[in-house]
Each structure stands twice: as structure tokens, then as C-alpha cells.
Design a binder for this molecule. Sequence first.
Ligand code: HH2
Length: 262
Amino acid sequence: MGVVNVTPDSFSDGGRFLGLGAALAQARRLIADGADILDIGGESTRPGAVPVPAAEEIARVVPLIAAIRAESEVTISIDTMKPAVARAAVAAGASLWNDVAALRFAPDAPEVAAELGCEVVLMHMLGQPGTMQDDPRYDDVVAEVEAFLLARAFTAMAAGVDREKIWLDPGIGFGKTPAHNLALLAALPRFVALGYPVLLGASRKRFIAALDPLGAEPDARLGGSLAAHLHGAAAGVAALRVHDVRETAQALAVWGAIEGGV
Ligand code: HH2
């Protein structure tokens, strides 16, 4: 899954693909580089990001989704917490709703997901984007994230979402310290064993800089991102949400050939 953020403030690529032309060029590049899914986002979820009204988010993402759909069969995912944006994105050609709020932030979100009939990613986040990194605490991060995801899956199913359409994501970096992120990464096989496809989003995230004695700005975290991606592949995750599609595809090709699998 390649990331295209049509935002001025995303943590690693904010402002780079804000115009339709630049965003479409980036989408084409990611498809050529080997992405099977494009995740289109019109609102940053990084701590302190400014909330975007639904109409503006729709104006950012819908023209891009329609333009991609007009020229490619690639699966399009909409990264949004808002049912109205998901609805407009699905009408324009998206078939997967990637909700970092796991259908929690709008009362009608589970019903809208069921009505749209699209696939849904339910991701774990502690609290709200604005404050999630203010001293996050867990007694047992893996057990608590697992219980949260299963509860959200049951809420979605109770609202009418098909079980086969549900994906789970432990939400690396969303209300977690580096130690929490590492515990969740180590526990990926346990999440995969729940029987839902698992999405892993570790690309360029801050825990990588925390482990690098030299520190590393977001676009200098490729090595750490690839390490996390190969670990995810070995654990059996269904998709990797990445900024660097070409390099990840190459790493997976080499790893897969050595493993004798993919
Ligand atoms: N991470 C980000 C955004 N959306 N969705 C899922 N399912 N899993 C993730 O780990 C995830 C996500 C954050 O990355 P990015 O889109 O690059 O930044 P921003 O939120 O600032 O737009």
C-alpha cells in the first residue's frame, strides 16, 4: 500500500503533493513502483495537526481518486475518520475505508461502513490525534490493543459490516512510546493469528529515529522502515503501508526469493 497524502502538514511528505497534478504524478509513480493499493489521505493525523472540515477534505481527495480510477485498476483506499469523506471517496472509486479511529469518531460510522459495502481498516489509536502522544500508558499494550481491535470488529459486524471486509491494524505511533511500538511489532504474529488481514504502518515513523544513535529525519528512515517491513512480512501481515514503494518491493522480492515463498 503506497501512501499519497494530499495535505499541507503530513509528518513525512506534507505539502509535497497538495496540487492535483503533483498528487496524480505521485500516484502514477507508486503504481509503476509496484503498489497494489494506494492510500489517499486529505487530513494529517500527526500530533498537533490542524483538523480539516469534511468539505475541504473531500475537495482534496475526490478529484485525485476520480483521476486515478479513470486510468488505473489499482485498489484505492481512503484514509479518513469522517463518514462523509468515505462516502464521497467510495462514490469516486475507492473500495477500502482506512479509518485510524476504527469507526469511533462519528456515531454513524459503523452503519455508513456497512452501507458502503467497502472493506474497512480498523486501527488502534489511544485517545485523539491531538493528545495521543502525551504520556501514553498501558498495563499490557499488546493485550489492550488486541482487545480494542476485536471489540471494534464486533461493533462493525453488529452494524452489518461483513467479517471478510474487516482488516486490523495495531496503529504503530498512535499513542505509543517506542517501547510500545516495539512490543506491538514483536507481537505481529499474535495479531495475524486473530484471523483478519493485518495492515502494518511503520514507514518512516518516529520509533525508528529513537533507535538510531544518529537520529534521523523522516525521509532518512528508509533502512529502519525496511527492517520493520520485512519483519511484518515474515509475521504474515497482509499489507504494508509505505512511502517508499520501490525500495520496499525490492526488499520483499529479495526476502521472498530467499524464503522460497512469494
Ligand atoms: N499511519 C499514518 C496515517 N494513516 N493508517 C493506518 N491504517 N495505519 C497507519 O499506521 C497509519 C495510517 C501516519 O502516516 P502519514 O500518512 O504519512 O502521516 P500523516 O498522518 O501526518 O498524514
